[in-house]
Design a protein around this ligand. Structure first.
Ligand SMILES: C[S@@+](CC[C@H](N)C(=O)[O-])C[C@H]1O[C@@H](n2cnc3c(N)ncnc32)[C@H](O)[C@@H]1O
Length: 323
């Protein structure tokens, strides 16, 4: 393939006002139930975050949120007042220490990001991560020249509670929609021979450079399932790469932090710091830093965990998040 199937200049981190009020099929609220990985809430908002800004609506907007239990407490041992381990921690107590995460929502920001990608969809489309199915709904809304939509998601609750009702609501109209329960990693590397014209990847929960190597790996895996002339878009990738470069520039100004920095969970930053420490003494220019960090942000790839999100605890002393 001659041109890169992933346009490195494609940005989805920009407001798309035309997407804020498009009618979507969204699930009704579902209470938190033991044994279920997600629950669904709806709220009326008058304003909301929009990238680095605050968006004030002219009137109320109903927004839908998919929540899940935080994983920040994984590995934390609870003790009772006598110092004995607590075997079963009630959800309420767990949530006070480790607040539930809004996993996805149809916020103006999410709508904007999906909208930019959906505007490019064509041909046979493969989607990694169903979520609220905003991306495929926008593809249909925009009447993109799409021949099929295949959505891969590894969470059975998302597929049952969101995916299946949405597919039912669409009916049998074109293009055909197929839901697949699998991790996108296994789907892409399963040796399947079916290829796609568009692959849209959105399986990570946070715009953090810690996931860069894993996302680059997913993009690389996707290339083998792409037709000649096909394209790949990845949620927030431009923004994440830029954040990594900004961090490298920031670190250039603070060499006193280099020895104490924990980069063990950020393969790209880790490799960058190895390279940086091996350079001759003296500061580098911002252009030198940007060129090297930018190249690494685009090229370093490494299989990651299938769960790519950061769950901060409410109280900092439980766990610190390394860079
Ligand atoms: C942020 S949502 C995607 C939102 C979606 N783009 C939309 O249009 O609403 C992420 C989804 O990816 C799924 N997911 C997370 N890790 C995955 C993996 N390794 N393979 C497949 N799906 C995954 C989650 O279950 C979740 O439904």
């Amino acid at each position: 393939m001659s041109a890169s199937p992933l346009d490195p200049t494609f940005r989805d981190d920009l407001p798309a006002p035309e997407a804020y009020d498009i009618r979507l099929f969204l699930p009704e609220p579902i209470a938190r139930t033991p044994g279920r990985s997600i629950w669904i809430d709806q709220r009326t908002v008058f304003e909301e975050d929009l990238f680095d800004d605050r968006l004030v609506h002219p009137g109320p907007r109903r927004r839908t949120y998919v929540l899940r239990r935080s994983e920040a407490g994984r590995g934390v041992q609870w003790l009772d007042s006598a110092g004995k381990p607590v075997e079963h921690v009630p959800d309420l107590l767990h949530d006070i220490a480790f607040p539930p995460r809004v996993w996805m929502s149809d916020s103006a920001m999410e709508r904007s990001m999906m909208f930019h990608a959906a505007r490019l969809a064509r041909g046979d489309v493969l989607v990694g991560g169903l979520g609220l199915a905003i991306y495929p709904q926008f593809v249909r809304y925009l009447a993109r020249p799409v021949t099929s939509i295949t959505v891969v998601d590894n969470n059975p609750d998302i597929l049952r509670l969101i995916g299946e009702p949405w597919v039912k609501s669409v009916g049998s109209g074109a293009p055909p929609i197929t839901l697949v329960e699998a991790t996108i990693e296994s789907f892409l590397s399963s040796g399947g021979t079916h290829t796609y014209d568009t692959i849209y990847l959105d399986t990570w929960g946070d715009l953090h450079w810690r996931f860069l190597a894993a996302i680059n790996h997913l993009v690389w895996l996707s290339e083998s399932r792409l037709r000649e002339g096909g394209q790949i878009q990845a949620w927030g990738l431009w923004h994440i790469r830029r954040a990594l470069v900004a961090m490298a520039v920031e670190l250039e100004r603070a060499p006193e932090h280099w020895t104490t920095l924990d980069t063990s969970q950020s393969p790209v930053l880790d490799e960058y710091m190895r390279w940086r420490k091996a350079q001759p003494e003296g500061p580098l220019t911002a252009q030198e830093v940007e060129a090297k960090a930018g190249e690494m942000a685009r090229t370093i790839r490494k299989p990651g965990s299938t769960e790519l999100y950061l769950d901060p605890p409410r109280f900092g002393r439980f766990r610190t998040v390394p860079l």
